[in-house]
Design a protein around this ligand. Structure first.
Ligand code: ADP
Ligand code: ADP
Ligand code: MG
Length: 671
């Protein structure tokens, strides 16, 4: 087919994907002046990619096969919006030759290779046969047609154990089993076939020698429709869990310059064998010395940003220019490698619970600024829901530096300064990984994470003096903020000091909910004179200065930054020692969930109203402070039991109120 018919200029691009990659593609497409069309499922009505695009089309129900994998609906969405081209992203239909063909048949430009190239490279066995002919080094193995047990076990014996049994149609690490002896082979093949049939509708297997201490090295390639083909250096993705990448970097810290040129030349040869058009990745497994071809991915890869950061090339822009039918703007010897880049995949999952996906609403989403070499490609925002229907990747954090050490340091810092609440993320695990001395020295292989799992998922440190003080400071800071927002409050001028010296006692427990372990007690002394904190016999002078997302806490003359989120009695703190979840033990109530969730805002004991912290009619988040009572020289702030509107305040500052008297009414927010 005439390539000028396949690749030609267009103005409107439909992105057949969701999440981070849809947002990433939209960003560049818009910068190039294209009109963008998003597609979404019923679960994604309010998703970030929908908000970013110029137009959006509902595909269908949440299940991928009813929405993002529904070819007919996608083509229909393009027709409805006048889209002239389709970018498939990664995952979903990105390597589906039938989808590429359906786009062509509907008169759409497919941003990627032709269906023919995908078919040739899509199967691991087929591509290995091609590579064998092209003289690209392969892992010794069997990738023939015959699939009977006798043939497969004979092949495995000949290759020599350990071997890797792989689904020819596989992806995402599925349908793959390491087999260490002949006795295990039969069972492994049966279960790999079952998994492959369910996941890919194809249970053909191939067998490879399992490379010892394997490293994953891959080369980014891109070709245009004029016969030009470039390699854009390699990436190393050896830090994997269950054959899935966790950390990726470019260039590979394992290769020297000569080895780099060898692997890049092999990749160009591999892609050249099919006259490849578009962005693609040639994947190799390496024993640290030689590299062996394992597969080609005929699409943009999750980890493409590390290549972008070391080459200064926007790969999505180049993909789109190739799809316009343009020639690649640079020659091979004009591609320069500059510095080092590392990427971490941020997932909604719980590493301490076997990486179980975590679903729910993202209540806090605070990421550091994208400065100083840091880049963040996100698919979610604060308030977004993470649904159970799709891949749990939330974002990617990528850092560039002139050297590998600097890049890792910057990534670490970026991870450290990220606060996500509402769902569980793998960020602490990523931090542990990136600070592991063996990662710094590149003394790793693909089994590293599994072996070091206990170290990498260690429990958070116990809160110390700094954290207890920060917890009290967080409560005081929040109350002062609320008071300042409130015009008629006696707290309104910062440092409102009652006459005499007063003490307020706090107790905290570690963890979520009502917490666990012993109560840790700390008192706040305030009133005339400087405020101090008392832990046991120790008295510490302190001051707080509020700032975005937290405050600076000066404790005994040392200032340090604290990030804080308060949700009712749940406190989240990030100090220089790490992240801490604390439960603020209610000094008046019983310690039960019911009490925390109680609806009535009433005086728990007889007392005096000392501050009113919210106005009638104000919209309140759950846990927002409403008023402060003083009871037996101790203060307690009453808070909104749920999100809603403050309907009425039935008291004023100075009132003496009896136990059980209702002091305010909050009307719950609709639905
Ligand atoms: P990469 O090397 O780019 O990580 P993978 O094969 O791991 O390649 O898959 C790319 C991405 O697409 C991953 O984030 C994976 O979770 C996601 N993915 C893979 N298969 C599907 C699918 N069928 N539907 C949705 N996402 C998928
Ligand atoms: P997928 O399509 O799931 O990405 P791959 O063939 O790329 O499948 O393999 C996934 C991962 O498994 C690779 O990144 C590599 O770490 C590991 N792997 C693949 N083949 C071998 C092998 N022959 N020996 C050792 N490890 C391998
Ligand atoms: Mg792969």
């Amino acid at each position: 087919m005439d390539r000028s018919k396949l690749y030609r200029p267009f103005r409107t691009l439909l992105i057949a994907n969701r999440g981070e990659i849809a947002c990433r593609v939209i960003r560049t497409a818009r910068a190039m002046g294209l009109r963008t069309v998003a597609v979404y499922s019923e679960a994604d009505r309010d998703a970030m990619h929908v908000a970013l695009a110029d137009e959006a089309v509902l595909l269908g129900p949440a299940r991928a096969r009813d929405s993002y994998l529904n070819v007919e609906r996608l083509i229909e969405a393009a027709r409805k919006t006048g889209a002239e081209a389709v970018h498939p992203g990664y995952g979903f239909l990105s390597e589906n030759a039938e989808f590429a063909r359906a786009c062509l048949d509907a008169g759409l430009v497919f941003v990627g290779p032709t269906a023919g190239m995908m078919t040739a490279m899509g199967s691991k066995s087929g591509s290995k046969e091609l590579m064998e002919k092209a003289g690209v080094p392969l892992v010794p193995g069997y990738h023939g047609e015959a699939q009977d047990e006798a043939t497969l076990s004979k092949a495995a014996e000949k290759i020599g154990f350990p071997v890797l049994v792989k689904a020819s149609a596989g992806g995402g690490g599925r349908g793959m089993r390491i087999v260490r002896s002949a006795a295990e082979l039969g069972v492994a093949i049966v279960s790999a076939k079952r998994e492959a049939l369910a996941a890919f509708g194809d249970d053909r297997m191939l067998i490879e020698k399992y490379v010892d201490n394997p490293r994953h090295i891959e080369v980014q390639v891109i070709g245009d429709s004029h016969g030009n083909l470039l390699s854009l250096f390699e990436r190393e993705c050896t830090l994997q869990r269950r054959h899935q990448k966790v950390i990726e970097e470019a260039p590979s810290p394992t290769l020297n310059a000569a080895q780099r040129e060898t692997v890049c030349a092999a990749a160009r040869k591999a892609a050249g064998a099919v006259n490849y058009v578009g962005a693609g990745t040639i994947e190799f497994v390496s024993d640290g010395k030689d590299v062996f071809f394992i597969e080609m991915n005929t699409r943009l890869q999750v980890e493409h940003p590390v290549t972008e950061l070391i080459t200064g090339i926007d790969l999505v822009e180049w993909q789109l220019r190739v799809a316009f039918g343009e020639a690649l703007p640079l020659k091979q010897d004009e591609i320069r490698l500059n510095g080092h880049a590392v990427e971490a995949r941020v997932y909604a999952e719980n590493p301490t619970k076997n990486f179980m996906p975590s679903v729910g609403r993202i209540s806090t989403w605070r990421l550091p600024a994208e400065t100083g070499g840091l880049r963040i490609d996100a698919g979610y925002r604060e308030g977004d829901a993470v649904s159970p229907y799709y891949d749990a990747m939330l974002a990617k954090m990528i850092a560039w530096g002139p050297t590998r050490d600097v890049a890792i340091e910057r990534l670490n810092r970026g991870l450290e300064e990220t606060d996500v609440r509402g769902i569980v993320t793998n960020i602490p695990f990523l931090s542990a990984l990136m600070t592991h001395p063996k990662v710094w020295t590149n003394a790793v292989d693909t089994g590293f994470i599994e072996r070091e799992l206990a170290v990498l998922t260690q429990a958070a440190p116990a809160p110390g003096e700094l954290e207890l003080c920060a917890a009290v400071a967080a409560v005081v800071n929040e109350e002062q903020q609320a008071a300042r927002a409130q015009a008629n409050s006696p707290w309104q001028t910062f440092g409102w000091q009652p006459v005499g010296r007063r003490q307020r006692s706090f107790a905290f427990r570690v963890g979520h909910g009502v917490g666990h372990g012993p109560e840790q007690k700390i008192s706040l002394n305030y009133g005339s004179g400087p405020s101090t904190l008392l832990i046991g016999e120790r008295e510490l002078a302190f001051t707080i200065a509020a700032k975005d997302g937290g405050f600076d806490l000066t404790l005994d003359g040392v200032k340090s930054s604290v990030a804080a989120v308060i949700d009712g009695h749940e406190l989240y703190l990030r100090t220089r020692n790490g992240r801490f979840d604390l439960h603020w033990v209610d000094p008046f109530g019983g310690e039960s969930e019911e009490h925390v969730g109680e609806d009535k805002i009433a005086a728990p004991l007889p007392g005096t109203v000392v501050a009113v912290l919210a106005e009638e009619g104000a919209k309140l988040d759950k846990g927002a402070p409403i008023l402060t009572l003083e009871v037996m020289k101790m203060e307690q702030t009453l808070r909104a039991p749920y999100a809603g509107v403050l309907k009425s305040i039935k008291c004023k500052v100075g009132d003496i109120v009896q136990e059980g008297v209702e002091l305010a009414v909050v009307e719950p927010a609709g639905d």
